[in-house]
Structures are given as structure tokens and as C-alpha cells.
Design a protein around this ligand. Structure first.
Ligand code: SF4
Length: 114
């Protein structure tokens, strides 16, 4: 399974104001390039850790997880420990920077990571 998670800094961060996150995920749902899509308000918060624990508890079914949000290097630092703890192969994770992009630009950036 190929999964797309959009993280939007609670929806209040100015970096996400130029795009419509729902239109971004719906684009990929419509063209069926992913198996499921989620918009999470704050993956780097404690409930984000809980989300990863539930999502990755059966991670053998997951071929690729794309997280569209902040800087991929930051993402790796924030999520790496939970991947390790859950035995999730980090090479299946792809972080995509979409901050300050329009809806169309965010779609393009994610397309390149599929
Ligand atoms: S993971 Fe990145 S995009 Fe998501 S809330 Fe944290 S800083 Fe923002």
C-alpha cells in the first residue's frame, strides 16, 4: 500500500495558507495513485506519535508512506525514533516539503515523490 499523509501545522500556520489541503489529497484520491490519504493536524505532537503507532502496527502491508508537510530532514528527525521503535523500514518513508506552496505546486511536489 502507498499512503499519503498531509501534515498542516494545525491548519493555522501561514506556510499552508496558499493551498487547499483537501484539494491536494482529493487529487491523489481521484487519480488513484495512492491507496489512502489522511490530513493530520500535527504529526510531531504526542497524538501524532499515537497515530504512527496505530498506522504502523501492521507495517508489513505498507510499501511507501509519503508525508507532505515540513522539511524532510526535520521530519526524519521527528519521526525516526518512532519508526525504529515500531520496526518500520525508514527507506519506505518519503518526506516532501510543501510549505509556502499553492495547491498546484504542492500536487506537483508530491507527484514527484510517488
Ligand atoms: S510535522 Fe512538520 S508540518 Fe507537521 S506539524 Fe510538525 S512541523 Fe508542522
Amino acid at each position: 500500500m502507498k499512503d499519503l499523509i498531509m501534515c498542516v501545522c494545525q491548519g493555522t500556520c501561514p506556510s499552508f495558507q496558499k493551498m487547499d489541503p483537501f484539494e491536494v489529497v482529493n487529487h491523489f484520491r481521484r487519480n488513484k495513485k495512492i491507496d489512502f490519504a489522511v490530513i493530520h493536524p500535527q504529526l510531531c505532537a504526542t497524538d501524532g506519535d499515537n497515530f504512527w503507532k496505530v498506522l504502523l502496527s501492521k507495517n508489513e502491508d505498507i510499501d511507501k508512506v509519503i508525508v507532505a508537510g515540513c522539511d524532510p530532514v526535520m521530519q526524519k528527525k521527528m519521526f525516526g525514533w518512532v519508526f525504529k521503535e515500531l520496526g518500520f523500514n525508514e527507506s519506505k518513508f518519503v518526506g516532501v516539503e510543501i510549505r509556502n506552496m499553492s495547491t498546484e505546486e504542492a500536487i506537483k511536489a508530491i507527484e514527484n515523490a510517488l
